[in-house]
Unconditional design. Sequence first.
Length: 111
Amino acid sequence: MTLEPSVQVAIVSAGGAITVALVGVLVELVRRQGAALAEVREHTQEARDQVSNDHSTNLRDDLDRVIHGLDRVLDGQAQHTRDISSLRTELAHERTERLAVAERLDAHLTH
């Protein structure tokens, strides 16, 4: 199967246009990546533990606050677990005493 010369020229031209477009896209991606790396390098030179963000507080400080808050939540959860365990123990004791009283009352009423 042989293509006509005009079709061959069209295919080569289309392929060239696609190649140029792909090269353009790759160049833009590399340019953006370079800009992002330059920003990271700039911030790294200013402070080793800083990360660029779009709000006024330091990301590390925000993270420390979240971790501290999580520690408080976990401490509270541990306390609630102890409280619930204590309540279960008390309920079991109350249930045992109530059954003993009911048995004594039944025994008293049947005699």
